[in-house]
Design a protein around this ligand. Sequence first.
Ligand SMILES: [Zn+2]
Length: 383
Amino acid sequence: MGSTNEGYLVIGDISGFTAYFAQTELEHSQEVLAELLELILDHFQPVLTLAKLEGDAVFAHAPGERLTRGEMLVELLEATYVAFRDKVTRIVHRTTCECNACRAIPMLDLKFMVHYGGYILQDVLGSRELVGSDVNLLHRLTKNHIVEETGWKAYTLFTEAALKQMEIEPGEMHAQVEEYEHLGQVQVYALNLRERYKELTEERRVFISPEEAEIQLTFQFSQPPPVVWDWLTDPRKRTLYGQGAIWSTASKVRGRTGKGARNHCAHGKDELSVETILDWRPFDYYTFENITHAGHESWMDFLSTYSLEALPNGQGTRVLSTMKFKQQTMISRIAVGTGLLKMIMGKMLQKPMDQMEMLMKEASDQQPSSMESSAAIAAPSGA
Ligand SMILES: [Zn+2]
């Protein structure tokens, strides 16, 4: 017996180690793999539930309703990839051993498979197993022809069902058809993770530092950064705590939220704010420009950065909001200089932020804890 669910099914699969190492080499490769699997689990944790560790791969899932902004999943996987690459680089730097396994570390890479569909959670001898034809499909997808077709070393593969659920247009994504016995043809799409890594780490940063900010405010929340990020940026959620402001997505770039994407905010009588994203680094910080179109001249146009910092011991997230005004008028200078503007903005933002914390906590209390345990990673056996 089991319960039927619908949701995201995700595999993170580490590639690059061969099964044919000699015994001592195998131990070194197992140590590195355990470290990397743990990193993947840590990053999945706030959003995905571990289903099973499968050798070099992590299989996880999330009920569809947990991710109201589906794009969040792509951001989570990309943030995980950035951390993975940085970790591999650090391991390479600290490793002096020259066995075959250790020499292969720089070749390690990661691929993700994402599908959306039905599954049954079945209790088998005390442990929970996911079963169903969509679970089978996801596992079949780990054997595909993306590398042959593209030459990519690391990628995220999506099924059509996954993209549809996430509300992401495939646009310029690599598209191909895979064929499996008994399953027939499966249309898949893929993104190059090495390229995304470059974009996420090398692109010019736009960041209003506390030094150049005219106003800075801090807020504290009880949930981890990916969850707080989602609540801060999802237009549907923002409308829930926006104190009458109605947020909507105006435009995206390559089907995604990122540099150049726009949100609209309708508030008050005939007032519309246009928010343009200038920098987008999930779940670290984002910077945007806010321009208000009102019936009258507005001097309230500003640039702002929201940066998120995890509090120690999983106690939540601290958010620093910095703001810099675009027009340097006499009034704005006085308002900044006297601290009046900080007081007004602080008051304006505190209410929605309190409301957001309340709704976010309510939502998280209703969900079962995402990761049951990451203690499942066994330490390398032998000595
Ligand atoms: Zn070694």
